[in-house]
Design a protein. Structure first.
Ligand SMILES: NC(=O)c1ccc[n+]([C@@H]2O[C@H](COP(=O)([O-])OP(=O)(O)OC[C@H]3O[C@@H](n4cnc5c(N)ncnc54)[C@H](OP(=O)(O)O)[C@@H]3O)[C@@H](O)[C@H]2O)c1
Length: 283
């Protein structure tokens, strides 16, 4: 009988934390590079090489799997080519629930890949749970780490708008519950932190905790695109980032949801706590 959980993107920000949050021995970690999984989670983990672009990797990953945590790697934008065939394989393998990491406000933005994935999951007729997440606090310790560490600036085109940042540790804790508890099929949750901050406030909190000034630059959209391309970011990813910061700029990333508090029975991790816990990233 199928009984295990498959975690895609297991070597990444959310997947790593989810593997730690799930009951020991309950899940298989899937990622394009098993070395990344082992480095992050140790060699005794049930890990499998899995590539959305290589259908021969689907069946071994899906063997004996009943629940699937689906994460779209940021570089994947062609959903019919890379995600739909995997959903069909999951259906054939008897997967009974897909928990998909989506984005906050996806219902109003049909251009983002996550909208197309939600549609594809519904079309596949596999019971689903959508986790529509706000901007990750961890973006500041990963995607934007170098500019903060080396130039002491935050260089995103978000204007004066506010963002209800969420810590990926809360996403992982939430996903772990909906993957292991009955009754979350057909549900759509919105995962945010409990505060909406503008990037001037983000810079102030970071300055305070790190003990030196961090400045928010608020570049224009064209400047942001040029800078991302010069930094080596692929086109598709640059365009998705630009789209998401444009949405933010118009104030659409600021609403706060109670879903984390209601499901986990505790407040979400605060932005200050996140910075305190990740100080070494910017050292
Ligand atoms: N950042 C945000 O603020 C935010 C907010 C809401 C939703 N999201 C969504 O969250 C997702 C990103 O989550 P994350 O930050 O945890 O991702 P991540 O850290 O980039 O992890 C993605 C993992 O997938 C692996 N991977 C890359 N290509 C693959 C392929 N073809 N097949 C299988 N695995 C592959 C990556 O390996 P390599 O590292 O070797 O490439 C990496 O280990 C995206 O869909 C994003 O849109 C993000």
């Amino acid at each position: 009988m199928n009984s295990r959980i498959l975690v895609t993107g297991a070597g990444g920000n959310v997947g790593r934390e989810l593997m730690r949050a799930l009951p020991p021995g309950s899940a298989r970690a899937a990622d394009i590079s098993p070395a990344t999984i082992i480095q992050a989670l140790g060699s005794d983990i049930d890990a499998v090489r899995f590539d959305f672009g290589d259908p021969t990797t689907y069946a071994p990953a899906l063997e004996n799997i009943s629940r699937l945590f689906l994460l779209r790697p940021p570089a994947i934008t062609d959903i019919p080519r890379y995600i739909t065939p995997f959903l069909q394989a999951a259906k054939r393998a008897g997967v009974q629930q897909i928990v998909f990491l989506s984005i906050q406000g996806v219902e109003n933005n049909k251009q983002v890949p996550h909208y197309k994935i939600e549609q594809a999951i519904r079309a596949a007729e596999i019971p689903y749970t959508f986790l529509r997440c706000g901007f990750f606090m961890q973006n500041l310790a990963t995607t934007h780490r170098d500019e903060i560490r080396e130039r002491h600036v935050i260089d995103v085109p978000a204007g004066k708008s506010r963002t209800s940042f969420v810590d990926v540790r809360d996403i992982a804790a939430f996903a772990s519950v909906v993957l292991t508890e009955a009754g979350h099929e057909g549900k759509v949750y919105t995962l945010t932190g409990s505060q909406a901050l503008d990037y001037y406030q983000v810079a102030d909190i970071m300055s305070d905790v790190l003990g030196h000034p961090i400045t928010y630059k608020d570049p224009s959209i064209p400047k942001f695109i040029i800078h991302q391309r010069k930094a080596g970011r692929p086109w598709g990813m640059t365009m998705v980032m630009t789209m998401l910061y444009t949405i933010t700029r118009f104030g659409n990333a600021s609403s706060i949801s109670d879903d984390v508090q209601n499901l986990l029975g505790r407040p979400p991790i605060s932005f200050r706590q996140f910075v305190e816990d990740h100080q070494s990233a910017w050292a």
